[in-house]
Design a protein around this ligand. Structure first.
Ligand code: SF4
Length: 398
């Protein structure tokens, strides 16, 4: 049953050693907001050498230190100065639930009282964290519970990277231990990450930074509904993997399922994806010879799951280095959609496989705690109008 808990716990998480290290009204800079370049600029602004960033980042991100007095490789004078002008404040934990299949979901409270959700998915060979990028989402995809919650604002860098920070501490603090370390991150939770471009890119830079989380670019994936101008920017500045929420290959149906398609229709999305897989931009620095895009396709009973739809998808993907994830629809209370029957999902997958397209059917995880794909809701207050939110947050010059 929707929302039932087979195994669930709610714990108040001790955030870390120490707490806020200065009164909020005195705190100027949250150092969780700064990637390496930002941290270097911050110290240069204080008249310090940029290498102070190399000293401070590991304390914050690797060791979870929030008290400047614990940063013993800094002088006492610098520690005292940092206490006066900065702080390290991650989101706080409202609730923590564990599903029967080992998936965990955290609800995190932000400084302004909003709440977001983040999900940890352990598997035999890896553990993936699905992080949110916005409070709610302005894109209103028809099959997505987040989209029905409305939208309030973009997350800050501290609130995005803070999800990784909090979950690492939370898992490490569990007395029973034994959790697989986070090896992969997907920016696939609440929100459209490309509408929060700068903050998401800075947070992903921290995920990849050896001084912070040190994840391989192969293990960080950004998922978009198709904000075309921002896709071109992303190609230039970040080497991470790309997933595209496709769900339909004709504009009429995609207009209904993924409304941003009305602004960036399928032809434009296809062209942007082709540009993305061309080996240029920052990808050269990684030594990779190619990119492959993952296309997400939610399986909706009687809507997009016929033989014709599968054949149309095969044609649409022709010439595109790609992989397809079929996602059995995860229902939520307000929806009129239903999950496709398993035989239809299997038939759809076989048509793609026969055409030589790597295709997997994603296993639903954490359904009993509403942690599955498309089910995250958080707490969104003071909703903005979606249209104005999109226009406001599109990359400049578009
Ligand atoms: S699927 Fe993604 S982009 Fe669409 S409404 Fe949900 S969170 Fe937003």
């Amino acid at each position: 049953m929707q929302g039932s808990l087979s195994v669930a716990t709610t714990t108040a998480l001790p955030v870390a050693r120490g707490a806020l290290v200065c009164a909020p009204d005195k705190c100027a800079v949250n150092l969780l907001d700064l990637d390496r370049r930002g941290m270097e600029a911050f110290f240069v602004g204080l008249g310090e050498k940029p290498f102070r960033a190399n000293q401070v980042l590991p304390w914050i991100h690797r060791l979870g230190v929030v008290d400047f007095d614990d940063m013993t490789n800094l002088s006492k004078a610098l520690r005292a100065r940092l206490r006066d002008i900065a702080h390290i404040t991650p989101p706080t934990v409202l609730s923590h639930q564990e599903a029967a299949d080992g998936t965990h979901k955290w609800s995190l409270r932000l400084g302004d009282g909003q709440a977001i959700e983040t999900v940890y998915i352990p598997e035999s060979e890896r553990a993936t964290l699905c992080v949110s990028s916005q409070v709610g989402c302005p894109l209103k995809c028809a099959f997505c519970s987040t989209g029905t919650q409305g939208f309030n604002r973009n997350l800050t860098v501290a609130e995005i990277i803070g999800q990784l920070w909090v979950v690492r501490r939370s898992l490490g603090d569990d007395p029973q231990g034994g959790f697989r370390a986070i090896s992969n991150v997907v920016v696939m939770g609440m929100g459209e990450p490309l509408l929060n471009f700068d903050n998401v890119v800075a947070a992903m830079d921290l995920m990849l930074d050896d001084l912070a989380y040190g994840l391989s670019w192969r293990h960080v994936t950004l998922s978009t509904a198709g904000v075309v101008p921002a896709l071109d920017r992303l190609r230039e500045v970040s080497p991470v993997n790309l997933a595209v929420s496709l769900h339909a290959t004709d504009d009429v149906l995609r207009d209904e399922l993924v409304p941003i398609n009305r602004k960036y229709p399928l032809d434009e999305l296809y062209a942007a994806c082709r540009r993305y897989v061309a080996a240029d931009g920052k990808i050269r620095a990684t030594g990779s010879s190619h990119r492959r895009i993952t296309f997400e396709y939610v399986m909706l009973d009687g809507v997009n799951d016929s033989r014709n739809h599968a054949q149309s998808l095969v044609r649409w993907l022709r010439g595109m280095p790609s992989k397809v994830n079929l996602i059995p629809f995860n229902p939520f209370p307000e929806t009129h959609y239903r999950r496709s029957p398993q035989e239809r999902i299997d038939r759809f997958r076989q048509i793609l496989l026969d055409a030589g397209i790597v295709t997997i059917t994603r296993k639903a995880r954490g359904e009993d705690i509403d942690a599955a794909c498309g089910q995250l809701v958080g707490r969104v207050t003071k909703r903005l109008r979606a249209a104005s939110a999109i226009e406001f947050r599109l990359p400049q010059g578009e």
